[in-house]
Design a protein around this ligand. Structure first.
Ligand SMILES: Nc1nc2c(c(=O)[nH]1)N[C@H]1C(S)=C(S)[C@@H](COP(=O)(O)OP(=O)(O)OC[C@H]3O[C@@H](n4cnc5c(=O)[nH]c(N)nc54)[C@H](O)[C@@H]3O)O[C@H]1N2
Ligand SMILES: Nc1nc2c(c(=O)[nH]1)N[C@H]1C(S)=C(S)[C@@H](COP(=O)(O)OP(=O)(O)OC[C@H]3O[C@@H](n4cnc5c(=O)[nH]c(N)nc54)[C@H](O)[C@@H]3O)O[C@H]1N2
Ligand SMILES: [Mo]
Length: 759
């Protein structure tokens, strides 16, 4: 428990010695194997391997150590010397392990051999690969096609992902949900609607040219720390950074560059945000509208006085649609309505708008704070409105920058992992593989999970991930997951999802990205796509954690071969022997994106897949960039009520999603526990709570389902009133399945209605 006086944020800048100490601690605890330092040196460099943590781009001009604190943790975590072998199960039943924490489960080490669940002994037992594939194939063949789900978390490379999607379609469905369904699906749908691109428009050169960043709900210090370097460089050349976030995140406040010896010795901090606006949770629509109002008013004044326009009128006229409706809406909404909604003063919003107007080139950055809301797509639309006002999309140094999560989450979508049939060039698949691809849309992850709860979904195959922890409504899922006929998990480490085996259940252990992937034609290269749509080759150099591991691609191809009808065009074995052949197929399916794929993949900094919106070509319904008018001033689907709080579920600096590296959230000064509830001091006083009290949270979704998370220590924290914070994934017991963005169904993990009860 941190002492009250220490909070919030006495914990020092992002980066710096704290970052190195954190790496040293994980090094000690994760028992890395020999050669890990050499592996780290190759991380994110051409002909090295691409970090399996976040999707932040890898620059062409790399640094001697092109990894961050959390990238190092991810590598150390997967290169541990600990092993979870078949013998482990001799001492443990699945039921016993339910009492273990997520951290303890992963600390058992790398999985070493394929395992099958034995209901008689309640243990997983070793099985040989061929038998496992044959049994999985036999279990899948008789099932109705719509009852089977092929989930993927955003880790696996483009080659394995292409085959995973091809497998589902050859099997007979488009049930290809992905982790982005819980993450940036709001971007895939919402951004696409307004600028015709489902991904960001910014590339690395834009970071070198921009003179201003606006951050909405993205936390680089924890989730994409390599971003801190371009932010630091931007500050050094005089660029401005303005942040909107209910939480004061250390990584957006100050940074000491751990790669700069002088800065490390002197503790020289760079201030990141020039302005930091702690708006109420879920109210970015109002805050951004305030910025737009200030811009519009400044333009009115400039025009009246004959000065240079503030709005980029030629751009608006040539490139945008529905501006009149938007400007009317902005004029009609009062300042009072805006400030009451977001809790910021008119002056604060005008100050932020001033920075926006003074900047020639602005990048709008956003993350889960905007996407994981009930009206997340309106949030994105509103941010795009702001950028469009001054033509800040589609020119150097400016643009829209959603920061993606998993290292290849964006790329998996690019090569066909998508549940929406219309996103896939089905005619190309028909032509290449001689089968009739399914035309019906598949299932979103939330619908798949609801299908499991309702008993409609009979089998789930997971290419990575940990759905039992990542999804909402944990307890309802836990009650029904085991009723499935088949669960198959391709994993590197043990996690909670393995403890809910279907009637037939398999854990198939795979190689990690840093490991040698030896196939018939030698060590294979895989490729990934980063947040800037750059494609990079990645080669593993380490000996595999166990001789009995297979690559994600080899496992996918073997399941596909066992589960789908024989077809001479589906050459699963040949493709396993040479991933270059799979890249040829990807190029044949997506020729515009992957031209000269095999020759360009090792280019330093990757090769760019292109993005029409970057060049002001708008693939929207109107053929122009769309101004949009939101339905209301916040992104919530519930009203304030006495005793109701907006819970935002947070990531600590010591986790990667459901992988909990440890219990040190040093940026927030929270050590040794994750069972906390962060709360505003006045809210605490009103609720009769003191720092350190133990409370429970209860769902206030109003759907009659009891959801509760107990044992949380109240911590006084600088948050806006009515907004409380606690950790993901623990909080997922409180989130209602289906409560999410109305367009994309992304769970509203940043705005969960809750009540606080004592004890
Ligand atoms: N170390 C580490 N790195 C990671 C991950 C990890 O777990 N650990 N996860 C990876 C994945 S899959 C993803 S998607 C990304 C996630 O990276 P981010 O997008 O940064 O996600 P979060 O930390 O969940 O939330 C971002 C911020 O939104 C703020 N926020 C909450 N509600 C609101 C709101 O209403 N308005 C505004 N403006 N802000 C709000 C939170 O305070 C938080 O600072 O990171 C990736 N990288
Ligand atoms: N309440 C709440 N819920 C959330 C969020 C939130 O902010 N709040 N965030 C959401 C977001 S943004 C996301 S992306 C999802 C994440 O959801 P998932 O992607 O399903 O979960 P992860 O925790 O990333 O998956 C971790 C597991 O992946 C496996 N793994 C690790 N590396 C590899 C590999 O190289 N190959 C394979 N095959 N397996 C590997 C390991 O077994 C590990 O246990 O959670 C979502 N859920
Ligand atoms: Mo994510």
């Amino acid at each position: 428990m941190p002492k009250k006086e220490d909070l919030p944020l006495t914990s020092g800048p992002a980066g710096g010695w704290g970052s190195l100490r954190s790496i040293v601690r994980i090094t000690r605890e994760s028992h890395p194997s020999l050669g890990t330092l050499d592996t780290l040196r190759r991380q994110n460099k051409p002909r090295g391997f691409m970090c399996s943590s976040c999707a932040w781009p890898k620059p062409a001009n790399y640094k001697p150590f092109e990894f961050c604190e959390n990238g190092a943790k991810a590598t150390l975590w997967e290169n541990t010397n600990d092993r979870c072998t078949p013998e482990f199960w001799e001492d443990h039943t699945v039921s016993d392990l339910l009492a273990w924490t997520d951290h303890e489960l992963e600390c058992t080490g790398r999985l070493t051999a394929p395992m099958k669940y034995d209901p008689a002994t309640d243990r997983y037992v070793a099985i040989d690969w061929d038998t496992a594939f044959a049994e999985i194939g036999a279990a899948l063949q008789p099932l109705p096609r719509e009852d089977v789900v092929f989930y993927s978390s955003g880790h696996a490379g483009l080659e394995a992902s292409y085959l995973w999607a091809l497998m589902a379609r050859a099997y007979g469905n488009n049930n290809l949900p992905q982790s982005s369904n819980m993450c940036h699906e709001t971007t895939s749908v919402g951004l696409k609607k307004v600028i015709g691109s489902s991904v960001g428009t910014v590339i690395w050169e834009d970071l070198d040219k921009t003179d201003c960043y606006f951050f909405f709900g993205q936390n680089p210090g924890t989730n994409s720390p390599r971003f801190l370097h371009p932010l630091k460089e931007a500050k050094e050349r005089g660029a401005k950074i303005v942040t909107f976030n209910p939480v004061r995140e250390q990584g957006l406040i100050s940074f000491v560059d751990p790669q700069n010896p002088k800065a490390m010795l002197t503790g020289e901090e760079i201030t990141i945000s020039d302005q930091y606006h702690q708006l109420k949770g879920g109210t970015d629509i109002a805050a951004i509208l305030g910025l737009c109002k200030a811009v519009i008013e400044a333009d009115d004044a400039a025009q009246a006085e004959g000065r240079k326009a503030v709005i980029d009128w030629p751009f608006i006229e040539k490139h945008t649609h529905d501006f009149d409706r938007f400007i009317q809406f902005a004029r009609d909404t009062s300042w009072d309505a805006v400030t009451t909604e977001c809790g910021l003063t008119e002056q604060a919003l005008r100050d932020a708008a001033q920075v926006y107007m003074e900047a020639e080139r602005v990048i709008g950055v956003y993350g889960m704070g905007l996407t994981q809301q009930s009206h997340g797509a309106w949030n994105i639309g509103m941010l795009v409105n702001l950028l469009l006002l001054r033509g800040n999309i589609g020119r150097p140094g400016a643009g829209c920058c959603p920061v993606r999560g998993h290292s290849n989450v964006q790329g998996q979508r690019t090569v066909g992992i998508a549940e929406k049939a219309k996103l896939i060039p089905m005619d190309k698949l028909r032509e290449l593989f001689d089968f009739e691809p399914p035309q019906k849309d598949g299932t979103h992850v939330v619908d798949a999970a609801q299908g499991v709860i309702d008993g409609r979904i009979k089998a789930t195959l997971c290419l990575g991930g940990n759905l039992m922890r990542a999804l909402p409504d944990t307890e309802r899922l836990e009650r029904s997951w085991r009723d499935q006929e088949l669960t198959v998990m391709i994993s590197t480490k043990l996690n909670r999802s393995h403890l809910y085996p279907g009637k037939a259940a398999y854990i198939l252990p795979c190689l990690a990205r840093s490991e040698i992937d030896e196939q018939a034609t030698g060590n294979q290269t895989i490729t990934i796509e980063d947040s800037f749509s750059m494609i990079h080759g990645s080669i593993g150099h380490r000996a595999p954690a166990s001789p009995d591991l297979k690559s994600e691609l080899a496992i996918t191809a073997a399941i596909a071969k066992a589960a789908t009808a024989p077809n001479p065009k589906l050459r699963w074995d040949e493709w396993t022997g040479d991933y270059g052949l799979v890249r040829n197929l990807i190029e044949a399916t997506y020729p515009d994106d992957f031209r000269d794929y095999n020759t360009r993949m090792h280019r330093p900094g990757g090769f760019w897949r292109g993005n029409p919106a970057h060049d002001r070509v708008w693939k929207t319904e109107s053929g122009r960039a769309e101004f949009t008018v939101p339905g209301k001033l916040n992104a919530l689907d519930f009203e304030d009520a006495p005793g109701r709080y907006r819970l935002l579920t947070m990531r600590s600096n010591d986790q990667f999603n459901t992988t909990i590296y440890g219990y040190s959230d040093r940026f927030r000064g929270i050590e040794g526990t994750r069972d906390v509830l962060l709360m505003n001091a006045e809210d605490m006083a009103d609720a009769g709570l003191s720092h350190g009290d133990t409370v429970a949270l209860e769902s206030d979704a109003g759907d009659g389902v009891a959801r509760r998370l107990g044992g949380l220590s109240v911590i006084e924290f600088k948050l806006p009133r009515g907004t409380v914070g606690s950790y993901y994934p623990e909080c997922n017991v409180l989130v209602q399945m289906g409560h999410g963005d109305e367009l994309s169904k992304t769970p509203a993990s940043k705005a969960v209605p809750v009540r606080i009860v004592k004890g």
